[in-house]
Design a protein around this ligand. Sequence first.
Ligand SMILES: Cc1cc2nc3c(=O)[nH]c(=O)nc-3n(C[C@H](O)[C@H](O)[C@H](O)COP(=O)(O)O)c2cc1C
Length: 383
Amino acid sequence: MQGREAAIDGMTGNGERTAMGSANRLKLGLFGANCSSGRAVTLAPERWSGSWPDCLRLAQLADEAGIEFMLPIGRWKGYGGDTDYQGATLETVTWAAGLLAKTKRLNVFGTVHAPLIAPLIAAKQFVTADHIGEGRFGLNIVCGWNEGEFEMFGAALRDHETRYDYAQEWLDVIKLAWSPQDDFDFDGRFIKLKGVRAKPKPHGGTRPVIMNAGASRTGQAFAVRNCDALFSNVSNGISFDETAQHVKNVKALARQSGREIDVYTVGVVTCRSTTREAEEYYHHCIVANADWQAVDNILAMRGVTALTHPPDQFQRLRNHQANGMGGLPLIGDPDAVASRMAQLAGAGFTGIAISFVNYLDELLYFCGEVLPRLARLGLRQNP
Ligand SMILES: Cc1cc2nc3c(=O)[nH]c(=O)nc-3n(C[C@H](O)[C@H](O)[C@H](O)COP(=O)(O)O)c2cc1C
């Protein structure tokens, strides 16, 4: 058993992998580009297509600009509304494999619902993508929360704690399949396997970066135990000190069990040459032209309706959801956006996964104006 635990825990992602091949103090990624409308629940006609040609062009621009990673959303069923928000989505591991083949230094994650795919098929898909990207594939594990998606697979959504128990076994199998150990049996509570042989192993004798975005105590404990990175949402109402304390706590918990973990967050960027222009555009897309029916569908899945919440609180939650599904709004001119990002770095975050209403239209301006400011602040090198 000791040998097995060593095989599960021992094959850590090396420093180069967890740093995503970059010396930048603040890493940046693009979040949600594999889905129609990305993370903005808006009717604005320029909203993101999520098409393959647009994703490929975006990945190549990001690669040239030195953006460290792209993180897709594992979504199987759209949320309806006038836009069928996130109704068209590209499957994330095949998406990652395609983008890795066409880029040079960008890391690309697959976002995978552990209960919906047999672990040995998944392990081999990840290895294949990792070979295509010569060590630039990363894994985002999700346990699922959307019952309608699970029904599409004929799968039952387990209760919250048991979801993470299952994910633990699933990930143990993946790590064993990646390790040099061969011909192993696995006799878990949920997963039972015999004589497993899985070759090849991930690229270069190290394993892909593993992340998770658990928000609950159980979800975060899962990340601390198993992952290289935890993605945590920061809410506008939380103070800088509380945010910094959260990051410290997660890192301290990992160190107590002899591990290191990076903490990342999620930001929704509206950057224009003046703060007024940025605020007007934000208001236009996210308030005046939100796809409110889709917003209400998303909230209802989480039990939030006009009947369960007082009107002002309900509207606050709706506004929050329309904006990047609840990411931290980073709205303003390039100085304001760069200084807010610097604050997040100061709170201890290793990186930020950002989104735009239209990633392709907005990325060049962001890279031209915000990245040099982050370089001047000592947080990134100019590409
Ligand atoms: C950055 C980030 C990415 C996430 N990606 C997905 C996803 O692609 N698919 C999904 O079903 N859930 C996704 N989630 C939801 C989380 O996996 C998780 O279920 C949620 O944060 C609730 O945490 P809990 O499971 O600890 O209760 C994401 C959350 C965050 C913050």
